[in-house]
Design a protein around this ligand. Structure first.
Ligand code: ADP
Ligand code: MG
Length: 363
């Protein structure tokens, strides 16, 4: 187990703008930290810099208190698992898993012991004599993880390890990885663009936006208290609804908003001083109820997706151009397409942002 400390880390390629820009982050001993963000925001680059596969242009990397910028990858005590788990096709699973130890000159009995232990943890003991061609995608990914485990690294780095698997295997492997972390207790850094993996696997999530950290925190605190529309919109599916609003009045304990061009909404919340006139209201699909048109914001139902356990209603709010979705329980009445409904927003869950996307405090 090890700590990782990143101080003012920069990465530039040639004269291009930085790919990683003054990044600071501390990963605690035994922690599972997930790097999440859209494609191209620099997640893999940072992970590869931690591993030593990519040079650090500026700043300091410490692993377990030791400056690691210039350490060779093999001296960092790190094992990395990639999306493409290139296994040697002519070797058995066991030989694949033990290969790095063999290269390091470990004796055969010790290698067999290490491979056996890792295989047990991963439930692949029965596969040790097979060749990779005779494995499913999920089993191959387990072997790739096994290859990393046998080296008993201080830190595991994962770069989108489940992206090549089909949906049901991804769910299964996600649970396996969470179990693996609690069994091994090793420090893990995990890159993904999948917000569900981030929400379920991480002790903490670091949300990346164009080479910078947008927000770092426990999954549920990022979900409930995003500091920006970027984080709010990234976590949660379907994503949070955003509506352009104007603040039109303030009482001591409520805020009057004009939603779109025609409708008014009173939020029973204490407004902060200096609330700007133009704001963005954020509300998650599960924090909206359907009511009579006279009792809420008027909306026209455009599409209903029935997933069995839930129904997703896509609606157009009168006077608004933004898409709006509502999550209903699976067994509640299904509205008709074309019907006018009332939309009631749970004011206690509503978030406000300025037009730059920064969260505004509400009492
Ligand atoms: N060798 C390279 N030369 C120039 N630009 C690169 C190189 N590798 C990555 N980049 C750029 O760095 C940015 C971040 O890439 P990457 O870390 O792979 O993003 P992510 O893993 O978040 O999808 C991208 O804009 C990519 O084009
Ligand atoms: Mg990547």
């Amino acid at each position: 187990m090890a700590t990782i400390s990143l101080r003012n880390i920069n990465k530039t390629y040639g004269d291009n703008p930085p790919v990683i820009d003054g990044l600071n982050l501390d990963v605690q001993k035994g922690e599972f930290v997930v790097f999440v963000g859209p494609s191209g925001c620099g997640k893999s680059t940072l992970l590869r810099m931690i591993a030593g596969l990519e040079e650090i242009s500026g700043g300091d990397l410490h692993i377990d208190g030791e400056r690691a910028n210039d350490l060779h990858p093999s001296e960092r005590g790190i094992a990395m698992v990639f999306q493409n788990y290139a296994l040697y096709p002519h070797m058995t699973v066991g030989a694949n898993m033990g290969f790095a130890l063999k290269l390091a000159g470990m004796d055969k009995r010790q290698i067999n012991e290490a491979v056996g232990r890792a295989a047990e943890v991963l439930h692949i003991t029965h596969l040790l004599h097979r060749k990779p061609a005779a494995l499913s995608g999920g089993q191959r990914q387990r072997v790739a993880i096994g290859r990393a485990i046998v080296r008993q690294p201080k830190v595991f780095l994962f770069d989108e390890p489940l992206s090549n698997l089909d949906a049901s295997l991804r769910v299964q492997m996600r649970i396996e990885l969470a179990r693996l972390h609690s069994e091994l207790g090793t420090t893990m850094v995990y890159v993904t663009h999948d917000q569900v993996e981030a929400m379920t696997l991480g002790n903490r999530i670091a949300v990346f936006n164009q080479g910078k950290l947008e927000q770092v925190g426990a999954p549920i605190s990022l979900y409930k208290e995003p500091r920006s529309t970027f984080v709010a919109g990234f976590l949660g599916s379907p994503k949070m609804n955003f509506l352009a609003c104007q603040t039109v009045g303030e009482a001591t304990d409520s805020l009057m908003l004009k939603v779109g061009s025609t409708q008014g909404l009173a939020l029973a919340r204490t407004p902060v001083a200096g609330m700007p006139a133009d704001v963005t209201l954020g509300i998650r699909p599960e924090h909206v109820r359907l009511v009579l048109p006279s009792d809420g914001l008027r909306a026209r139902v455009e599409l209903v997706e029935n997933l069995g356990d839930t129904q997703l209603v896509h609606a157009a709010l009168a006077g608004c151009s933004e898409a709006f979705s509502i999550r209903l329980p699976g067994d509640s009445a299904t509205p008709n397409v074309g019907e006018t409904v009332g939309v009631q927003i749970d004011a206690s869950r509503a978030l406000l942002f300025d037009r730059g996307g920064r969260a505004l405090g509400l009492g």
